[in-house]
Write a protein that binds this ligand. Structure first.
Ligand SMILES: [Zn+2]
Length: 76
């Protein structure tokens, strides 16, 4: 399995869909919005996108971001 189970998390900023990505599934580098650092390939992390967006699921999915686990936990 390259990806874990999707879940919904409530934060102060709203409701978010959260999809864990395993180390084996992390094949590209991404910029983490939390620390502005790189999410390195081969490192387990997560993908998050709004669950309460007004623009609809497709727009929210297109705007998804890859986060370090730690950065997501401390994000508002
Ligand atoms: Zn980060």
């Amino acid at each position: 399995m390259r990806r874990g189970l999707k879940r919904v998390e409530s934060k102060r900023s709203g409701e978010w869909n959260v999809q864990p990505v395993t180390a084996a599934g992390a094949v590209k580098a991404y910029l983490c919005p939390g620390c502005r650092g790189e999410v390195t390939p081969g490192v387990a992390h997560l993908v998050a996108w709004r669950a309460d967006g007004l623009m609809g699921e497709q727009a929210d999915l297109a705007d998804r971001r890859h986060w370090h686990d730690h950065c997501w936990r401390i994000a508002p």
